[in-house]
Design a protein around this ligand. Structure first.
Ligand code: TPP
Ligand code: DXP
Ligand code: MG
Length: 626
């Protein structure tokens, strides 16, 4: 019987011997590979955190103590040994476990995460609460080197170093974000190495770090210099400068070292950072050799793993368009906040390295750096997921829109995203961007229209957002930028004439609407491709002709296309009935986007049922007998 079979709670992990802990790590690793091979998932990060997971659950009672994982994508092992091994195959699947820690899922999940860099501020808050209540549970924040490039992590560290609550911060440094990690801190961390003398001192017997540091100080100048690096707040170590004790780096795959240092750091007062060095993808050769692809692979054959092509996607189309636009105009830059691969920018980064910038997981910096470029006459494109743009929202207002700067927001993952679930849904950006003076927002129905929108946006200038969904796109023939269409900004297009009703569709719902109305000559379909500005003239003409208008969007109803249309109809005193289809006021969990579109009423079958309910289509025999 394997060790994992005997582990049903962290109490079981606490009771394991050293040998059993090593065995548990090996079994966890195999299980993580198996689970990710079934349905895809965050493989490389979870493999890199196996030994840390085992050590933390051996030392801490994680139902009481708080382990605050940053991003939470590395917690497959954590979920398996905290009572969820029987459900781990469902991770990221409809109705299954979430892909990140989620407080509603387990008392061992200290908080709900998915967006990076939140762990330190959350841990600070928990520590303040603990101390205010006179409690004594432990708090351990686990943050990756990538997440540490996020501004809120550094700001929280600055506050932690000031307040000095007792907590352990494990910096899990694998030199990787999704891409290679970037930034000066990342470079600094390469300069650190485990001092040989530390091993010498330890050889004198297991003593506390405090004793070790005193010994070092006594050991003369060499050690004194080294000791200063550990404990002298004036050392070059930036963590010391921020008031946080720094220990490390140690081998993050050595369970014995992890247990030794975690236990000793736990004895120290105030905040201590334990810097561990790990390998992303550890223990699975193909993931170690290509941690970028194996950061989040789709399902694969665990016995014969190969990196599979994701096919032609909207991100591929954007990457190609960005290359062409940047070749056609040397003022065009592309900025990504640590999502080079996800945004389709690998080729661009190689073709235009001088006008490509990965700012790390710092969406706020991405937006305002673009503002700085635009202030000096450049034409920056901020390539960013809808959900992550939420991190740079104030910067969009304060630094771009107020000055009416020439910044294009190339928004990927607009709409429901699938396995990443409620922390990553790209379903709010129409609402939060539409409200901003000088901003406009568009969504193409296909790749040629994406190209036209990007080209026109760059030409017209001002803040402009072009958004597209996650997933496959239909390739369009290559064409020089000069041949790309230029659009009348704010113009909708009538794709199918109608008389009694019109569906005003956006992005993926354009295809859905054409499908649902193919046999209905009285129901028209409009590509409402500009949500701000709306095509008010066309809307007014349609409103005066139709018995009913229907909007259909893969976005929350509150503030989306339907809201924009409703506001305009009211403002113009147009009394046509309006039927709005979209996402209600709920957080949408992970699932199959196509099924969710149907469930929310804007998939093709649901659209058809709406038309039937409105008397615009005969119920099909099957449904009539339902
Ligand atoms: C605010 C935000 N921006 C971007 C992402 C996408 N993302 C998920 S994991 C990751 C890299 C995290 O690197 P690190 O913290 O070092 O963890 P590792 O994957 O190396 O274990 C990124 C950029 C995110 N989750 N949140
Ligand atoms: C954990 C995280 O935020 C990223 O890995 C994200 O899951 C990437 O999403 P895509 O798979 O849509 O690129
Ligand atoms: Mg990392």
């Amino acid at each position: 019987m394997g060790v994992l079979e005997r582990v049903n709670s962290t109490d079981d992990v606490s009771a394991l011997s050293r040998d059993e802990l090593h065995a548990l790590a090996a079994e966890l690793r195999s299980e993580i590979i198996r689970v990710c091979s079934l349905g895809g998932g965050h493989l490389a990060s979870s493999l890199g955190a196996v030994e840390l997971t085992v050590a933390l659950h051996h030392l801490y009672d994680t139902a009481r103590d708080r382990i605050v994982w940053d991003v939470g994508h590395q917690t497959y092992g954590h979920k398996i040994i905290t009572g969820r091994k029987d459900r781990i195959d469902t991770i990221r699947q409809p109705g299954g476990l979430a892909g990140f820690t989620t407080s509603s899922e387990s008392p061992h999940d200290a908080l709900t995460v998915g967006h990076a860099s939140t762990s330190l501020a959350a841990a600070l808050g928990m520590a303040l609460a603990r101390d205010a209540r006179g409690d004594d549970y432990s708090i351990v924040a686990v943050i990756g080197d990538g997440a540490l490039t996020g501004g809120m992590a550094l700001a929280a560290l600055n506050q932690i170093g000031h307040v000095k609550p007792k907590m352990t911060i494990v910096l899990n440094d694998n030199e990787m974000s999704i891409s290679e990690n970037v930034g000066a801190l990342n470079t600094f961390m390469r300069s650190l190495q485990v001092q040989p003398w530390l091993h010498e001192v330890e050889a004198q017997g297991k003593r506390t770090l405090g004793q070790i540091s005193q010994t070092l100080v006594d050991l003369g100048s060499r050690a004194k210099k080294a000791a200063r690096r550990f404990f002298d707040p004036n050392s070059a170590n930036p963590f010391h400068a921020m008031g946080v004790r720094y220990v490390g780096p140690i081998d993050g795959h050595d369970i014995d070292q992890l247990l030794y240092y975690l236990a000793h750091v736990q004895e120290l007062s105030g905040p201590t950072m334990l810097h561990i060095v790990t390998k992303k993808g550890k223990g699975y050769k193909i993931a170690e050799s290509d941690p970028i692809y194996w950061h989040g692979p789709p399902k694969f054959d665990a016995s014969k793993p190969v990196a599979a092509s994701k096919g032609y996607t909207w991100s591929s189309a954007f990457g190609d368009a960005a290359c062409a636009l940047s070749s056609a105009d040397d003022r065009v830059w592309v900025i990504t906040p640590a999502m080079r691969e996800g945004s389709g920018l690998v080729a661009y980064s190689q073709k235009h390295p001088e006008r490509y910038l990965d700012v790390g997981i710092a969406e706020d910096v991405a937006v305002t750096t673009a503002a700085g470029l635009a202030l000096r006459g450049e034409k920056p494109i901020v390539a960013i997921y809808s959900t992550f743009l939420q991190r740079g929202f104030d910067q969009v207002i304060h630094d771009v829109c107020l000055e009416n700067l020439d910044v294009v927001f190339a928004i990927d993952r607009a709409g429901l995203v699938g396995g990443d679930g409620m922390t990553h849904q790209g379903v709010y950006d129409l609402a939060y961007l539409r409200a901003l003076p000088n901003m406009s927002v568009a969504m193409p129905k296909d790749v040629p229209e994406m190209r036209a929108m990007l080209k026109t946006a760059l030409k017209l200038g001002g803040p402009k957002a072009v958004r597209w969904p996650r997933g496959k796109a239909t390739p369009a023939p290559e064409a020089p930028v000069a041949a790309w269409e230029e659009l009348t900004w704010g113009s909708w297009e009538v794709l199918k004439e109608g008389s009694r009703a019109f569906i005003l569709a956006l992005g993926p719902t354009v295809g859905y609407a054409l499908q649902a109305t193919a046999d209905l000559p009285e129901v028209g379909v409009v590509n409402a491709r500009f949500v701000k500005p709306l095509d008010e003239a066309l809307l007014e003409r349609l409103a005066r002709r139709a018995e009913v208008l229907i909007t259909a969007e893969d976005h929350v109803l509150m503030g989306g296309l339907g809201s924009a249309v409703a506001e305009t109809l009211v403002d113009k005193g147009l009394r046509v009935p309006l039927h709005r289809l979209g996402i209600p006021d709920v957080h949408v969990p992970h699932g199959d986007p196509a099924a969710q579109h149907e469930a929310f009423g804007y998939g093709p079958r649901a659209l058809r049922r709406t038309l039937e309910a409105l008397g615009l289509a005969q119920p099909t025999l099957l449904e009539a007998s339902d």
